[in-house]
Write a protein that binds this ligand. Structure first.
Ligand code: NAP
Length: 249
């Protein structure tokens, strides 16, 4: 049933090979959308995921593409839209952390995080607008922010700034493209079980767990469910939805 509702639609997820991005790719495919996704290094994971998506009966397009490159992002979007027959949904998900207290943080760690997380979202948002504007039913853009961009986190001046920037981008773009029936929203996950959070030291993990009202980390599927909701909700735009178990109330 679900499959029929969204069949013929096309989604693009940046950083689709692992964690949250991978779960969003599979959720879109299960709902009947064809899916394009890119990655930085994980070529083997990309091949496997492409086969998994195709096994769900929809088309898939995957390629390496650094989201920090404006040129490569535009090329990827062009190729994906041409291969899959248009573009309805974009999820700006690719993201990295390079945590360090600001006094010890290197300039290259600031640049890498801002260029990947914030400029990457700007690159892909800019590139998808033309194909999305051609759609009779508009389109949706979802920026994968973080509660770190809402409340600020110690040791994450680069990451918090990039995610707060994505929230500003969300609201500005939502106003620019509303007349074209394109919605733009942000999702701000809290602590989710992925490779990104697996690197966390045990003491810090216990401490943060104690401050989550729902008393657990979230799953990637819970984030994919929230992402799908925001992508397909037609009367919600310019909003930030926190999916954090109550951590940042
Ligand atoms: P992850 O497991 O580390 O996966 C990151 C994905 O992004 C991978 O597919 C990676 O590709 C891709 N990527 C990284 N740099 C890229 C680049 N320059 N160009 C293209 N692709 C790139 O991350 P995650 O934990 O699922 O997080 C996904 C998003 O959610 C991020 O934006 C993150 O900030 C946000 N978030 C996560 C959490 C959490 O608790 N995990 C909480 C709040 C927000 P490769 O596989 O090739 O490296």
């Amino acid at each position: 049933m679900e499959n029929q509702q969204f069949s013929g639609r096309v989604g693009l997820v940046t950083g689709g090979t692992r964690g949250i991005g991978r779960a969003v790719v599979l959720e879109l495919a299960r709902r009947g959308c064809s899916v394009a996704f890119n990655y930085s290094k994980s070529a083997d994971e990309a091949e496997k995921l492409k086969a998994e998506v195709e096994a769900l009966g929809v088309k898939a397009f995957a390629a390496q593409c650094d989201v920090a490159s404006t040129e490569a992002s535009a090329e990827f979007v062009k190729a994906a839209a041409s291969e899959l027959g248009g573009l309805d949904y974009l999820v700006n998900n690719a993201g990295i952390t390079r945590d360090q207290l600001i006094l010890r943080m290197k300039e290259e760690d600031w640049d890498a995080v801002i260029d990947t997380n914030l400029k990457g979202a700007w690159n892909f948002s800019k590139a998808v607008l033309r194909p999305m504007m051609k759609n009779e039913n508009g389109g949706s853009i979802l920026n994968m922010a973080s509660i770190s961009g809402v409340v600020g986190m110690l040791g994450q001046s680069n990451y918090s700034a990039s995610k707060a920037g994505m929230i500003g981008l969300t609201k500005s773009l939502a106003k620019e493209v509303a007349s074209r029936n394109i919605t733009v929203n942000a999702l701000a996950p809290g602590m989710i079980e992925t490779e990104m959070t697996a690197e966390m030291n045990a003491d810090f993990r216990e401490k943060i767990l104690a401050s989550i009202p729902l008393a657990r980390f979230g799953s990637v599927q819970e984030i994919a469910d929230a992402a799908f909701f925001l992508l397909t909700a037609r009367y919600i735009t310019g909003q930030v939805l926190q999916a954090d178990g109550g951590l940042a109330m």
